[in-house]
Design a protein around this ligand. Structure first.
Ligand SMILES: [Zn+2]
Length: 620
């Protein structure tokens, strides 16, 4: 290695680490919860005593803080109730069920009193939000401790959390405690709950749960007192339960942004240690029907975690739990609640999706309300790869995301993905945007930067933004650094508009000794274009037309197949022409986007097939 080369590579290393730090480097708040909670399983009421250490890393002085009180959504007349009864296409799990709840079935969460350094904090309950006016302002860079008591009632399960779900699971306890709202560079996120997305403050939880000892408890974090608990938790010492009818479970979770738990008397608890990954836990109702399916789950999930670790970044926590509960599937840190009465494919599918959220939500904690597509779409993208790894098949695992997005684009209900999740006019548009559009956007990026830089860019994004709240700009910058391209046009226009993509082959003609090909941009959306020429002998020639705005092109050795790079398409031009030496009679066809990676709205104008002997094709 020459001296000059060493200096250059040292400089490159310095720049790489400089850029890695210059991304996702916004300040973020920090919390430390210490909670003692007692649940009365006959009244479904609970009380808690909490100490919350809150560090203000913002440059601002805070005079008030906000908490979420999600259980208050499950009361007639709540914002969630009214939203569900007035939206055009309500979630079938909710409809008017909240309006019909009796007083003993409703949810309730109240903070009874709060003190800051011995002085009373003024509280104002605003439905699912609590405003707490601090006794002393919290200065930038300082911490404070809030001590408070809370009490609530677990609602009958309507959506995600609650008691007695459709499969008879006693307690699905998500979004159940007074949860401090996040304050970031966009200000407070004290969003009233309408049943959709979450955002939380990074921190540590130490939670002690006391309830009837007949219940088995699953929770975020790691159980700290297995020798007093038993219930299937591995313990180094012999299990010795304290006397009495109740049991206290102590869970500790580090570097998470929420805490969920579930409890049932009939849980079977299976533990599967992984040599090269987290300890996997499974909790499900102990019935022969469930056993027949669930006993197959651990092996699939071990493969799932191994694949994700290898391709998307390492899962950072020591444990993960798959828990029967809730009303479908929902992700929480180190744990998911999923309905369990499913066939194997469906059980594996939901388990993959929710556990993959550990990467896109758990570690990369984007504000799900503001950027739902980063949360669900990226989870779908990785899940599709995992499912193909688990079940095989050589088709494109992301094809359905393009179909789903195009269905939305055609439906007339399309709204920009930059819309806050709570504010989409229809549940259908929110769903297709967060899941299908989001997956499509990542998949399609492969056609811009190349497949290898897409995969590496995702790992780069993970490394740069783990344990942060990444935003679209952070994803964009990760891919810009990985590919060397300018990508603002891609993220800006796809995320903030409802424009659609349509490139066409306008003309293929013999001119002298060359075949002249003219492409046309018919849609408003801009993209680079891949063009494949297929000869009558079956030979293929792949060309790439870069978009001028990208200031470069994907590298020929970093995509699915080698290609010849053509001069850039100046973005203001509606047409683009290039020539290839050869005779048109040797050509069988020309195709745009031959790997169908882009969300082309009209595929009919993407291909020209030549009947034998034809000298040229022109389209109006
Ligand atoms: Zn999801």
């Amino acid at each position: 290695m020459s001296h000059a080369f060493r200096a250059a590579s040292l400089l490159a290393t310095l720049f790489a680490s400089f850029f890695a730090q210059a991304q996702c480097d916004r300040w973020q708040q920090r919390v430390k919860y210490d909670m003692d909670v007692a649940l009365n399983a006959s009244t479904h009421r609970f009380t808690g005593i909490a100490t919350l250490a809150y560090t203000n890393n913002s440059p601002d002085t805070l005079r008030e803080v906000f908490f979420h009180l999600y259980f208050n959504a499950f009361r007639p007349g709540s914002e969630m109730d009214v939203r569900s009864r007035t939206i055009a296409d309500p979630d079938a799990r909710v409809t008017d069920r909240i309006a019909a709840l009796e007083p003993h079935e409703v949810g309730e969460l109240r903070v009874e009193r709060m003190a800051q350094g011995g002085k009373a904090v003024q509280l104002e309950h605003l439905g699912t939000v609590l405003r707490a006016t601090l006794a002393q302002p919290l200065l930038p860079g300082r911490s404070t401790t809030l001590a408070y008591a809370f009490a609530g009632q677990v609602p009958v399960q309507i959506r995600r959390s609650g008691r007695d779900n459709a499969e008879g699971v006693a307690y699905s306890m998500s979004q159940w405690y007074p949860k401090l709202a996040e304050y970031d560079h966009r200000g407070w996120h004290a969003i009233p709950y309408v049943g959709r997305e979450f955002h939380g403050v990074w921190g540590d939880f130490d939670v002690r749960l006391t309830l009837d000892s007949a219940y088995t408890v699953a929770a975020t974090g790691v159980l700290q007192n297995p020798e007093q608990v038993g219930h299937g938790y591995p313990s180094k010492k012999a299990v010795k339960r304290p006397a009495g009818n109740t049991l206290t479970w102590r869970f500790s979770a580090k570097d998470v942004h929420d805490f969920a738990w579930a409890a049932d008397k009939d849980y079977k608890h299976v533990v599967r240690p992984m040599a090269d990954g987290p300890e996997l836990h499974f909790f499900y109702k102990d019935t022969p029907e469930l056993e027949a399916v669930w006993r197959q789950l651990p092996e699939y999930m071990e493969k799932n975690f191994r694949f994700m670790n290898e391709h998307f970044g390492r899962y950072p926590w020591p444990q993960y739990s798959f828990v029967q509960g809730g009303d479908g599937g929902m992700e929480y840190p180190m744990l998911t609640l999923i309905t369990g009465n499913r066939r194997l494919g469906s059980l594996v599918g939901v388990s993959v999706h929710e556990s993959v959220h550990s990467w896109y939500y758990g570690v990369l904690a984007s504000n799900e309300g503001r950027f739902a597509w980063m949360d669900e779409g990226m989870t779908e993208y990785a899940s599709s790869k995992v499912m193909q790894h688990l079940f095989g098949g050589d088709g494109d695992p992301h094809a359905s995301s393009i179909d789903g997005y195009l269905g939305l684009a055609e439906s007339g209900k399309h709204e920009p993905a930059s819309m806050h999740a709570d504010h989409f006019n229809t549940n259908a548009a929110y769903g297709a945007t967060a899941y299908s559009f989001g997956e499509m956007l990542i998949h399609q990026l492969g056609s811009v930067v190349g497949e290898k830089d897409l995969a590496q860019g995702l790992r780069r994004y993970y490394a740069a933004c783990k344990f942060k709240h990444p935003e679209p700009i952070d994803l964009e910058r990760a891919f810009e650094k990985q590919s060397g391209l300018e990508l603002d046009w891609y993220f800006d226009e796809w995320v903030s508009s409802t424009r659609t993509l349509d490139y066409a082959i306008a003309e293929v003609m013999q001119v002298g000794d060359s075949i002249r090909i003219t492409l046309q941009r018919k849609g408003e959306m801009l993209m680079p274009v891949d063009v494949m020429l297929v000869g009558r002998d079956g030979g293929q020639l792949l060309f790439h037309v870069p978009l001028s705005l990208a200031r470069g092109a994907k590298r020929p050795d970093r995509d699915r197949a080698p290609f010849t790079q053509l001069p850039s398409w100046q973005w203001t031009d509606p047409r683009y022409t290039f020539s290839v030496k050869g005779d048109i009679t040797s050509l069988a066809g020309v195709t745009i986007d031959p790997f169908t990676r882009t969300a082309e709205r009209d595929r009919d104008n993407d291909a020209v097939i030549f009947p034998e002997g034809v000298r040229g094709v022109a389209r109006p």
